[in-house]
Write a protein that binds this ligand. Sequence first.
Ligand code: HEM
Ligand code: HEM
Ligand SMILES: Nc1nc2c(c(=O)[nH]1)N[C@H]1C(S)=C(S)[C@@H](COP(=O)(O)O)O[C@H]1N2
Ligand SMILES: [Mo]
Length: 332
Amino acid sequence: MAGRRTNLVLLVLLVLALSTGLLSWAAGPSLVRWLVIAHGFTGLAIVVLAPWKQSIARRGLARPRAGRSTSIAFVVLIVTSVVAAFVHVSGIVQIVGTFSPLGIHVATAFVAVAFAVVHVLQRMVRPRATDLSRRNLLRGSVLLGGAGLAWLTIESILRATDARGARRRITGSFETGSDVPTEMPVTQWLNDTVQDVDAESWRLHVTDGARSYSVEDLSAFGDTLRATLDCTGGWYAEQEWRGARLDRLIDGAQGRSIVVRSATGYSRRFPLSDAATLLIATEVGGERLSPGHGAHARLVAPGRRGFWWVKWVTTIELDEAPWWWQPPFPLT
Ligand code: HEM
Ligand code: HEM
Ligand SMILES: Nc1nc2c(c(=O)[nH]1)N[C@H]1C(S)=C(S)[C@@H](COP(=O)(O)O)O[C@H]1N2
Ligand SMILES: [Mo]
């Protein structure tokens, strides 16, 4: 019956929405645009299917049984998540941080995943070979077409009305404080706290060769870089960064990858071949970094999302592990 197929398609779309969302955070500049668009398509396809799912849900709700409250919590979370996504896309609410529309979108989507797992296990549906019939594939293309049309309609309305949403970057982020570092948000990935350390005694340690640098040493390198910090929370800022290129700090050191570690323990690992494109910054916009933005040294990682831009850097380690030997996203 048709309800079974609708549920199966929803399952595929939920998995795709979750994976394209997460992959868009991990992707580099060449892929991110396509992942964000694919994410919009899958999310909108779920919305397009809502009327069909609504009649299935009505039928299900008419027969009270175990799993009912899970299903209801799941609808509430998914609807909240999608509404928050549309608020973000429109650009009408300008909050940054945990309670930004995008923050709410992602948080409710993550919680919804847990309920989705329970819902699907409790209401398991079996795929059949005939689900891949020519007729159903045609239906699938009509659904994709519908999602594409919805996407184009939304983007055209944003452009035609010159809404703030039309000025989203390819990652979906909004410009906030470019060239005005004091207006750039201070954000942490999860639970790090701002470090406020005396500049005189502060040192950056490079483990291989046991070198260490003071703020003045780093600043004296005078390397500059214009780069865009793009937070997965949905904002970005382009700034003029100044400090020391990472390859100059580790000159001659051996290894396959570089771990850039914060005083807080937060760290990210990079391929050694990236060293010349990375900057250990001591200044932004012509001023010393503020504690919030990572004083006395923070990493500038052009083309990578904000969570790679380690703040309060105190150690740089080289070793033989490959760069991908780390959790895909920081755990603190
Ligand atoms: C957007 C995602 C989804 C939402 C919001 C949603 C919500 C609901 C709600 C509110 C009900 C009625 C209450 C109940 O019977 O538990 C329901 C029923 C059901 N759902 Fe879902 N669901 C979603 C996705 C799925 C998926 C992916 C599957 C399976 C692969 C599925 C399978 C079912 C089944 C089999 C029923 C029972 C229908 C009946 O008894 O006639 N649902 N769903
Ligand atoms: C699994 C449930 C999810 C659903 C149903 C969903 C659905 C949507 C929808 C409908 C949009 C608006 C698309 C548009 O109008 O172009 C959207 C936008 C967005 N979602 Fe999700 N999403 C989910 C999970 C996630 C996750 C887990 C992430 C991140 C890890 C994420 C990140 C984003 C981002 C960054 C945008 C903004 C894209 C833009 O500005 O064009 N989503 N999502
Ligand atoms: N040590 C440490 N560095 C960190 C983070 C963190 O939580 N801890 N958050 C990252 C994230 S998610 C972003 S977006 C940027 C934010 O930099 P800003 O606060 O200077 O704007 O710092 C990155 N560097
Ligand atoms: Mo971030």
